[in-house]
Write a protein of this length. Structure first.
Length: 289
């Protein structure tokens, strides 16, 4: 967990240096779209249902403030969504350019003898995938912020109507967290270290076939199929090992999610019982749900 947070902050720091305020705005846009806007919708719906359940006639004038808040919230959502749709790909490309600049700067400062080290060659092969890795860490960090925000808002809102919600959800989340953490530990090397061999072989053959002199030799001596079979062999070995480490976790993650959903269903059963008993309003039940 500590390592994931550290990587997340480093990825966010790189995004900030590459894109400035836009990096933070992109995260806030995703947070608003996935959490804040749905919360506003459900909150307004719960208030509306409670008003409709009361024994008094309602007019559009009485509901005007609900309509205004909904329209303003929707306008903010559309604005942030439009920004993200247009700028997201550009910001990712700009961040990749900044990473390329950092890597090139570091390579110019190294001793030439370093490049002859086989381990350093493996490291260079891993650098090709570092952009996607950093983007993955940033996505995971954003998801973590989103999950924490959801939990805090849910705890605050439900603490008065359903105080057992937070403890039950925390307990139900523990198996899921442990499963996902172990899954990442088992599979992460296949995204970085273990992929370097395949990357090096592929790069070497691509460079060989793209060079003027060696490409002609490949055509004359018909070595293309042999080189291609080498790539296929390395890929087959890599993906076979990757699948053995990756696929068994499908059942584990499914069981953890079923357990978490079971706790959620139980909490909603308790709330529905309170609605039928008349101790919880329909609007409050909608908000809790």
């Amino acid at each position: 967990m500590r390592k994931s947070l550290s990587y997340g902050f480093k990825a966010l720091n790189l995004a900030w240096k590459a894109n400035g305020f836009y990096a933070v705005l992109a995260i806030l846009s995703k947070l608003y779209d996935s959490t804040i806007y749905p919360l506003i919708q459900v909150l307004l719906l719960s208030i509306l249902l409670d008003l409709l359940a009361q024994d008094k006639s309602l007019t559009l004038f009485n509901l005007g403030w609900i309509i205004v808040i909904y329209l303003l919230a929707s306008l903010v959502k559309l604005s942030l969504k439009s920004f993200l749709d247009v700028k997201e790909a550009f910001l990712q490309t700009q961040q990749e350019g900044y990473i390329d600049l950092l890597i090139s700067k570091k390579l110019t400062e190294l001793d030439p003898a370093t490049f002859e080290n086989p381990e350093f060659q493996d490291l260079l092969a891993q650098l090709d995938g570092i952009k996607g890795t950093l983007q993955m860490h940033l996505v995971r960090f954003t998801s973590l912020i989103d999950a924490v925000f959801k939990f805090i808002t849910a705890t605050v809102i439900l603490s008065f109507t359903f105080p057992l919600f937070a403890p039950l959800i925390i307990i139900a989340t523990i198996p899921s967290y442990i499963t996902w953490d172990r899954f990442r530990v088992k599979t992460w090397p296949y995204y970085v270290e273990k992929k370097s061999i395949v990357t090096r072989v592929t790069q070497y053959i691509k460079n060989l076939l793209s060079s003027d002199s060696t490409s002609k030799e490949a055509i004359i001596f018909q070595t293309g199929p042999v080189l291609l079979s080498k790539i296929k062999k390395e890929q087959k070995s890599y993906f076979s090992e990757f699948a053995k480490a990756n696929d068994p976790w499908i059942i584990n993650i499914l069981l953890a999610r079923v357990l978490q959903f079971g706790v959620f269903a139980y909490t909603q059963y308790l709330n529905l019982s309170r609605v039928l008993q008349g101790t919880l309003s329909i609007g409050q039940f909608t908000l809790v749900f």
